[in-house]
Design a protein around this ligand. Sequence first.
Ligand code: HEM
Length: 469
Amino acid sequence: MLDFVIFAVTFVVALLIAVIYLYPGSKRITTIPGPDPTTKEDGNLADIARAGSLHEYLIDLHKQYGDITAFWMGQEFVVSICSPELFKQHSAVFDRPVSLFKLFEPFLGEKSIQFANKGDGRSRRKQYDQVFNPSHLVQYYSGLQEVSDNLVKKWTSLPKDDHVALAQYMSALALKMALVSLFGSHAWSDEEILEIRHNYDIAWSELERRLVDFPEEGSPRIKAFENAHKRFHALVKKMVTNHRKLSKKSTEEGLFIDALLDSTEDEQVILSDACSYIVAGFHTTGNLLTWAVYFLATHEDVQDKVYKEIKKVLGGNDVEPSSLKDLVYLRQVIDETLRCAVIAPWAARYQDFDSELGGHKIPKNTPVIHALGVSLQNEKYFPLPNKFDPDRFSAENSKSRPSYSFQPFGFAGKRKCPADNFAYVEATITLVSILRKFKVKMVEGQVVTPTFGLVTHPTEEVWITLQKR
Ligand code: HEM
């Protein structure tokens, strides 16, 4: 009998040790509800891969566990929040956890603003944000208009009923807009812009692939990434060197590159932040424009309504700072595109002291994800969330929602996207230029699906046709 008791006790203790060793989450370190890690090494990474992306995983998780949940990214315990109330509670937090964005460090550089926290991050943002102040945005209009006009000219020359590769065009246009606005209208040749784009495509798609499939040391994938990364950086470096040689009088005033060069002499910061603003500035807007044109092409009534508004508000004039705010319905279309397409699905913060959120203790240094995309699809504030309906953003309908329910550019600690207003200007000028010349239509037979990475893009090219007005 004693033998049996000793055996039973030993067995139970061994089992307990095994459970605690294999599943650290079963000894949950907070009261926040969420899944246990599937494996000790990888936590819930396999679950994330199975869901398709972090955004899709977060949708499932919040559905199951509520507005605050926690899971394991590898061995790191991570919290995620998605409600306006919890966003508000986190709205003063500035620092961003480096670990969640580590994957992108080889491309952006470890000194990128993306990874800068505390005083350094705050002072850099203060310096750079000046060039995106509302009063400063005025200077970008003519450059953006010129880029849009060139696109319309190109499209006008295409054969009737030609199939147009929408995402390719929008991404090229957004890159040109970002480069012209950040570095001046003559900083880049067309060939260099193409090269920047080509190398970005190779490098970024490789980094996103590494989320689920890491390449072997010395493999062709690693080599292709390194070559693309080197070439991208060499082109940006060349532009910085050329800009330094120009006298200030010969360039446009108050460019981002000037704010950057005035703020530091650290060459690595200069290169990393130049690269970071280019990347952050074009893949977001390129996809916003792609999705906006896609929604317009699939909602003829909305497209007609925007066209009528353009005619009424602008007549034949270009968009100007004074007329931008009168294009009320177009702004609703842009907002509904940001919401429906979930352009940037998540942001994140951390605090280096123990804190509390939603009545739960958050251990210091725990990354807290702001599940922006989950919140944009919240049925409570956006009934039938998959339906594209710009009327949700009419003044009347917006009144009934808390402001933290719609935060496509982030919200916390004065560190939201620095260029939200700039992105609206880019999108407005481009969509006005396109819609006043063309009716956009989908090429039939396509099933357009999103791929959610750090930014959401269509999984495959979106093909449209253009009908001249
Ligand atoms: C549709 C357009 C855009 C969307 C949806 C978007 C969204 C975002 C989001 C969600 C963040 C993270 C904010 C946070 O951590 O709270 C962010 C950061 C950032 N965005 Fe944007 N963005 C857009 C356009 C742009 C443009 C046009 C630029 C530059 C010209 C830009 C530059 C940046 C930079 C540099 C950061 C990092 C700032 C920092 O680390 O402090 N973005 N953006």
